[in-house]
Design a binder for this molecule. Structure first.
Ligand code: AMP
Ligand code: ZN
Length: 273
């Protein structure tokens, strides 16, 4: 039986080193959802002496959000991590479900897409305010392969252009580089590590995260090996630079001034009235 703790730690250390995603001088903001992936990301970076702070977006999803915030507060206190919380209801005037319903009344888009676009935009803006060098998220190998395959099946491969352990290729003074230390770690190994180390997490997924297409792709991916998942992503690395050339330059959104590839950033085009 493979010993999960050294296996996972070696994979994360190798990713940090090979892709040069973080140095001890960097100020890193870890985006904490309360789930296993982001909790493990913060746990490992802190354990290895990186300069990290935590950042949580309270989405206002009733008891689920309250529980998430509570678990994260305890985790950060126990691990001496300074935590910043962004309350979506206070800052944007509505809870995520209302924001999403408004968008979905006009456009047929998935729950997770609306939430993801808004969270990403908040993370970038707030990290800039906090003057950090990088944002770390908990995305794992399974998340990345799923997204990559979905984009491929839908002929939207351009959406995967910036996939990788670090988004270093789009440099813009308003874009804080995002890093994914768990990029090559299997979701199942993360689950086992977190259980063995008894890290406190919210075990249930987001109550709004229903995406049948992603579930279908996940079922298929459960039939392939770790090596095949890594190969899939690695093959993609070879063609990535070609796709990037077609992406065009980063501009600034006409409405909010945030970085964007179009006149309006994704957040503003979703939230337009
Ligand atoms: P998801 O988009 O839910 O798959 O989450 C991907 C990553 O985004 C997580 O591993 C976290 O690092 C981050 N994240 C998700 N939800 C939140 C949240 N509410 N607050 C802060 N970070 C989050
Ligand atoms: Zn905008």
């Amino acid at each position: 039986m493979v010993n999960i703790i050294p296996k996972v730690e070696k994979q994360v250390k190798n990713t940090i080193k090979k892709y040069k995603i973080a140095s001890k001088k960097d100020k890193i903001l870890v985006a904490l959802s309360g789930g296993k992936d982001s909790t493990l990301t913060a746990y490992l970076l802190k354990k290895w002496g990186y300069n990290i702070q935590g950042f949580h977006i309270n989405l206002g999803l009733g008891k689920y959000s309250e529980d998430c915030e509570g678990v994260i507060k305890n985790f950060c206190k126990e691990n001496k991590i300074k935590l910043y919380t962004y309350d979506i209801k206070k800052e944007m005037g509505s809870r995520m479900c209302y924001i999403r319903s408004g968008v979905q009344a006009r456009e047929k888009v998935k729950n997770c897409l609306v939430c993801g676009v808004i969270k990403k935009s908040i993370m970038n803006k707030e990290s800039r305010k906090l003057k950090v060098d990088k944002i770390a998220t908990g995305h794992n190998l399974d998340d990345e392969v799923q997204t990559f395959l979905i984009n491929m099946f839908k002929a939207s491969l351009k959406l995967s252009a910036n996939t990788g352990p670090i988004t270093k290729n789009i440099s813009d003074k308003k874009l804080v580089p995002r890093i994914k230390p768990l990029f090559f770690v299997l979701e199942n190994d993360i689950r086992k590590y977190v259980k063995l180390k008894k890290l406190k997490i919210i075990p249930q997924p987001c109550p709004c995260g229903i995406d049948s297409y992603r579930i279908q792709v996940r079922i298929f991916l459960n039939t392939i090996s770790e090596k095949e998942k890594i190969n899939l992503i690695k093959n993609f690395e070879n063609v990535q630079c070609k796709i990037k050339k077609d992406l065009g330059k980063i501009k600034y959104c006409e409405n909010c001034g945030e970085p964007s590839r179009n006149k309006l950033c994704k957040k503003c085009s979703l939230l337009k009235n």
